[in-house]
Ligand binder design. Structure first.
Ligand code: SAH
Length: 251
C-alpha cells in the first residue's frame, strides 16, 4: 500500500515570517522535520496587483481601520489551488468556537487551508464566494489570525498518527470525553509538605480510575457548567451509581 500524502496545513497570511514559529519546536517541530505533517505558508501580498502591492482599503460605509480586499484575498486562495475536499477556514472572532471535536475532525482529514485575517477583518464577499468556514479560538480579539492558526494547527498536529509518544495520551485528556482532566501529580512524593493523594500510589488501577473520573466530574461541574450540561446523566442502577453532581456557577 502506498502511503497517503501527509496531513498538510496551508496558511494564507500577510506575515509568513510568523511560521512555523512555535510549531517548529518540540512535538510539532520534530514531527514536521520527520515529515509527519507539512506546512505550506503563502504570502497574501504576492497576489496584490497594483503598483503599491496594496492588500487593504478603507471600510465601505466608513469607520476606523482597514479591510482586507476581496479581490486580493480571493486571488491568493485561488492560487493556493486547494482541492475542494480540503476545509477552507477563516480565523475570525465571529466564527464558531473551536472545539476538540472539530480539531479531531480536522486532524482526520487531509488538512485545512487557513486564512489569517488582519486589520478590521476581510471583505464579506470573499468569505461567501470562497465558502470560508469562520472559526474562533475564543471570545477575545487578536490583532491577526496567525496566532489563532498556530493554535488550531498545534491542536491538530498532536493528534496525527505517530506524533504523540503514547496513543493513549490523546484520548484520556480534557474534552475527549466531554470532561476536564483530573489533577496530575508526579515526584517528589512530598512537595512543600503536601503528599501525592494516596490512592494514586496504591497500585489499585480500578480505584485510580474511579478517583480520576470523580475528580474530572467535580472539576467540570464546578468550572464549566456549559460542558457539564452536555454530559449525559448516568443511568441509575441498583449498584447505587453516583448521581450526576449539580453544577455550580461560583466555582
Ligand atoms: N473587527 C473584527 C476583528 C478583527 S481582528 C471584529 O470585530 O470581528 C483581525 C483578525 O484577527 C481577524 O480577521 C481574525 O483573522 C483574527 N482574529 C482576531 N480575534 C480572533 C479570534 N478570537 N479567533 C480567531 N481569529 C481571530
Amino acid at each position: 500500500m502506498t502511503n497517503p500524502a501527509p496531513w498538510r496545513a496551508t496558511v494564507l497570511t500577510l506575515f509568513p515570517e510568523m511560521f512555523p514559529g512555535p510549531l517548529g519546536v518540540s512535538l510539532a517541530g520534530r514531527a514536521l522535520a520527520a515529515g509527519l505533517w507539512q506546512l505550506e505558508v503563502r504570502d497574501i501580498r504576492a497576489s496584490a496587483t497594483d503598483r503599491h502591492r496594496s492588500v487593504d482599503d478603507t471600510p465601505a460605509g466608513g469607520g476606523p481601520g482597514m479591510v482586507l480586499r476581496a479581490d486580493v484575498l480571493a486571488a491568493a486562495i485561488d492560487a493556493a489551488g486547494s482541492g475542494s475536499e480540503r476545509p477552507r477556514l477563516l480565523m475570525s472572532p465571529r466564527g464558531r468556537p473551536l472545539t476538540q471535536a472539530r480539531v479531531v475532525e480536522l486532524a482526520k482529514g487531509p488538512g485545512p487551508l487557513i486564512v489569517c485575517g488582519r486589520f478590521e477583518g476581510v471583505d464579506q464577499r470573499v468569505i461567501d464566494g470562497r465558502g470560508l468556514e469562520e472559526i474562533s479560538i475564543g471570545d477575545y480579539v487578536l490583532s491577526g489570525g496567525e496566532i489563532a492558526a498556530l493554535a488550531l494547527i498545534d491542536a491538530c498536529v498532536r493528534l496525527l498518527p505517530g506524533v504523540m509518544g503514547k496513543e493513549a495520551s490523546g484520548t484520556e485528556e480534557s474534552f475527549s470525553d466531554g470532561l476536564l482532566e483530573h489533577p496530575q501529580y508526579t515526584r517528589p512524593q512530598l512537595f512543600e509538605g503536601v503528599p501525592i493523594p494516596e490512592i494514586l500510589t496504591s497500585g489499585d488501577h480500578a480505584k485510580v480510575a474511579g478517583w480520576r473520573r470523580a475528580q474530572s466530574e467535580a472539576l467540570t461541574a464546578a468550572r464549566r457548567p456549559d460542558l457539564w450540561a452536555q454530559v449525559p446523566t448516568p443511568v441509575p442502577n441498583r449498584a447505587g451509581r453516583q448521581k450526576k453532581p449539580k453544577s455550580t456557577t461560583d466555582g
